[in-house]
Structure formats: C-alpha cells, structure tokens
Design a protein around this ligand. Structure first.
Ligand code: MV4
Length: 448
C-alpha cells in the first residue's frame, strides 16, 4: 500500500480523497493554486504545496509542477479526482515515466474511451448494446445522406473527439442533414482540432442511465448498479439518484452483468462509468467515463462501499475487495449539486461565504469544502457542495432531501438551493417520471 498520496484537485473532491487516505493510514498531500491558499483541502491535508497562479492551466493542469510536488514530498501516487487531469492520457504516461502511480485506469484505456468512435466500437465488440448508427466515422455528405435514408430520421451527428454534449447536431429530416453534417464537422474541427464525426439514430425521449463499474486489472470486474442522471441543464447534471426509478432488478442484472464482463475482459483497472440512453426498456451505450464521477456518493450510499478507498487499493495492486455477490442494494439515494450560481440564468456567483451550516442527521451526507468566511474564487467551476441523502425507499429519500435542504445555510452568495426546493414540489420529480429533456422544459416554463 502507498504511504503518501498527492491529490491533484481541489474543493469537495479533494476532501473526499483526503478522508479516504486518512482512514487507510495514508498521508495526503494537497496541491493548490495561489487563489486557493485558504482553501479547505489545503488545511485538511497533511501537507500542502502551491503549484502555480490562479488559472487552472498554470496550476491544477500544470504537469511539471505536480510531478515536482510528488518528488519534493515523496508522494508515491496521484489521485486526480474528477475533471482536470483525470482523463488525460498524456498526463498518465508522464506520471508513470516518473515511477509514480496514477490512481485510475491505464493511459491506453483512457485514450480508447476518449475517442468516441473507438469507444463505441470497443463497447460493441464486448457485447454492450449501442445506439444504431454509422460503422465508424462518416466522411462525406453523400455517405451521411445514404446512411440516414436507410436508418430513418431523426439522426444525430457527433464529434468523435467530443463527449459530454459538445459537438453534436440533430437532423430532423433529409433537408436538415447537409447543414447539420457540415456544422458538426466544422465545430468539431475548431473545438477539438479533429473533424471526424459519426452518426446515430436520434433517441427522442431517453433517460440518462449510467452503470458504475470497477475493475482490478487482474481479471476482476463488477458493477454497482445504475444512477439515473436525466435531470440536466446544458449537459450539467443537477440531480442524480440510485437506483434508477425506472429500472427493474432484472434489467439491472442483465445490463450490469454485461458491463462487469466487459470490464473484466478489457482488463480495466479502477472506477469507471458506462453511460447509456434508456428508452422503451432498451439500453443504448453512448460513452464511457474513465474516472470517479461527481455523483459517486449515491452509489456508495446504496451499496455501503467506499469507492475512493477501492480506487486506492486497486491502484496499489490489490484485487477487488468485494465480489458481485457481496454487492446488494440497500434503499435509495439522491444527490443534488449545490452550485454558487444565480437563478434563473445560472450565472456564476463567486464571493465570500458569510455563514455556512451543513445539514446532518440520519441518512444525510454533505460533501463540501465550504466554511464560514471562505471566499469562493472566480477561476474554477461553481460546484460548492453536494447534498446526498439516503432513505429506506425513494419516498423517504425525497422527504429527507427536503428536510436537509431546509437545514442548509449558505449565506453570502446565490446558490441553486431554491431550484431544488421548487423541483421537490413537482409531481414528476416525486414519481420519478422524467427524461433528459424534462428539466430544460421545466426551466423554460418556470424560470423566466
Ligand atoms: C444522444 C441523444 C439522443 N440520441 N444520442 C448528450 C451528451 C452526450 N453524452 C450524449 N448526448 C446525447 N446523445 C442519441 N443517439 C441525446 C443526448 C442528449 C443528452 C444525453 C444525456 C443527458 C442529457 C442530454 C441532453 C441532451 C441531449
């Protein structure tokens, strides 16, 4: 096992990793930008090193500074959290060249899933159901038209270098296709420096269901069920839950076993998420995320497993500490993302926190790096906390969420908390009857 781990991240996820380290008896090293000198992760870690100025590019993305911080402190491994360097193939290669361990999958697996055409091809070969569409890339308008005519409209054109909603165009009919194709290509070129695109049948009212997987790189692979993350705004999740309100135990076992077998067969190591669109009882693979995700706590809640501890154990060369048969769902969990943003436009709202009080009690977890007197810097993303509740069933989780939101105090900046109070009054949220378009429609109708 490692003696010391460096955390190449900030905010609540840095605290999350420090906590796992501490429980494992591993020393933690925080790195921080100049703007983050007073941040909670700096205070909570055993050691801290400033790695650069305010901008992410010069600090949390600064390879040489992070490697040097490992060398100075004697940290043997790097936990990247999510975002920043967590899915950067080049960074993983450099970490390994320096004899350090990256707590996450191999550079090869990151790059395989980073290219969305390769990811989909890999998934299909592993027996994962994919969205019907082009075999590989689509190079010309003529090819696109022929494919779409065969497949039927609507279709969606996606950038192979995209993901997370960037670089997509929908064509509703033959008349739209040429423009959609050319626009997707040119946007892909300017956004990613890669104009390769592919085509899929456009699903009109799916849910976003993602399967949590874990591999040990030694033939072990398990799944930890699904999360329903359909409530999103501009491809940013705001409300996530597990288990998915629309998924039966039989469906979970079927798709979960397919994913677990795929992970074992790939020799994948660490935490991963296989993303699906789910419509009319069918799962369609879209992407795989090769990192720990923001919403991992809902899975931890219902399975009673510490996913960060497991990441660290596996990176140190251990086999998985649980088998599929050990994993059983207990109750229901919901997470809401508290952002420092001003409604109705969700504009970033950095500033000084004049009062902070976290909710507590049975089944309540607040992951946040806030404290009273802290100033949220304007340079990073606006997530300032995640409120995660756990109940014996969905109704109890919803009641607990409402109760916990009522206890939460974040004064001094605007937050997304009022959005959650309003959403909890909606019948569709209460019954779990929503898809990927529900929130945008609701915001259009209720927020302007
Ligand atoms: C789709 C789709 C419909 N049909 N693919 C958006 C993010 C990226 N991960 C994939 N995305 C979509 N792919 C097909 N074939 C609709 C979306 C989509 C979406 C997906 C998940 C969550 C929210 C979304 C919001 C708009 C569009």
């Amino acid at each position: 096992m490692f003696d010391k781990i460096l955390i190449a991240n900030r905010g609540e996820i840095a605290l999350r990793v420090i906590r796992a380290c501490r429980e494992l008896g591993i020393a933690s090293v925080a790195v921080h930008s100049e703007a983050d000198a007073d941040a909670m992760h700096v205070r909570m870690a055993d050691e801290a090193i400033c790695i650069g100025p305010n901008s992410s590019a010069q600090s949390y993305l600064n390879f040489p500074a992070i490697i040097a911080a490992c060398e100075i402190t004697g940290a043997q491994a790097i936990h990247p959290g999510y975002g920043f360097l967590s899915e950067n193939q080049k960074f993983v290669e450099i970490v390994e060249e320096h004899g350090l361990k990256f707590i996450g999958p191999s550079a090869a697996h990151i790059s395989q899933m980073g290219d969305k055409i390769t990811a989909k091809d890999t998934a299909e070969k592993l027996g994962i159901p994919v969205v019907p569409g082009s075999k590989g890339g689509v190079a010309t308008v003529e090819e696109a038209l022929k494919l779409a005519d065969d497949m039927g409209y609507p279709v969606i054109i996606k950038a192979t270098a995209g993901g997370g909603g960037r670089g997509m165009k929908v064509a509703t009919s033959r008349d739209d296709l040429e423009v959609a194709f050319r626009t997707a290509r040119s946007e892909a070129k300017s956004a990613f420096g890669n104009d390769e695109v592919y085509m899929e049948k456009y699903l009109q009212k799916p849910r976003h269901i993602e399967i949590q997987v874990f591999g040990d790189g030694q033939g072990g692979g398990v799944h930890l069920g699904e999360r329903d993350c359909s409530l999103q705004r501009r491809h940013q999740k705001v409300f996530e839950e597990a288990p998915g309100p629309s998924i039966t135990a039989e469906e979970r076992k079927r798709i979960g076993d397919i994913c677990a077998n795929a992970i074992a067969e790939m020799g994948y190591s660490g935490a991963g998420t296989i993303e699906f669109l789910y419509e009319d009882g069918e799962f369609y693979f879209i992407e795989m995320n090769t990192r720990l995700q923001v919403e991992h706590p809902v899975t931890e809640a219902i399975f009673g497993q510490d996913l960060v501890r497991e990441q660290i154990r596996v990176a140190a060369g251990n086999k998985l500490s649980f088998s599929q048969d050990d994993l059983e769902i207990n109750g229901h969990s919901i997470e809401v993302r508290i952002n420092a943003e001003k409604l109705p436009n969700f504009s970033p709202c950095p500033g000084k926190i004049t009062a902070y009080h976290a909710p507590g009690g049975l089944g309540v977890r607040m992951d946040s790096a806030l404290y009273t007197g802290y100033s949220i810097p304007p340079y990073y993303d606006s997530l300032i906390g995640k409120l995660i509740v756990h109940g014996r069933d969905r109704a109890e989780a919803l009641a607990r969420l409402k109760r916990a939101l009522g206890e939460l105090i974040v004064d001094g900046v605007d937050t997304t908390v009022p959005l959650f109070h309003a959403l909890l009054e909606e019948e569709d949220v209460q019954t779990g009857d929503y898809n990927i378009h529900w929130l945008e429609k609701w915001l259009d109708a209720n927020m302007s």
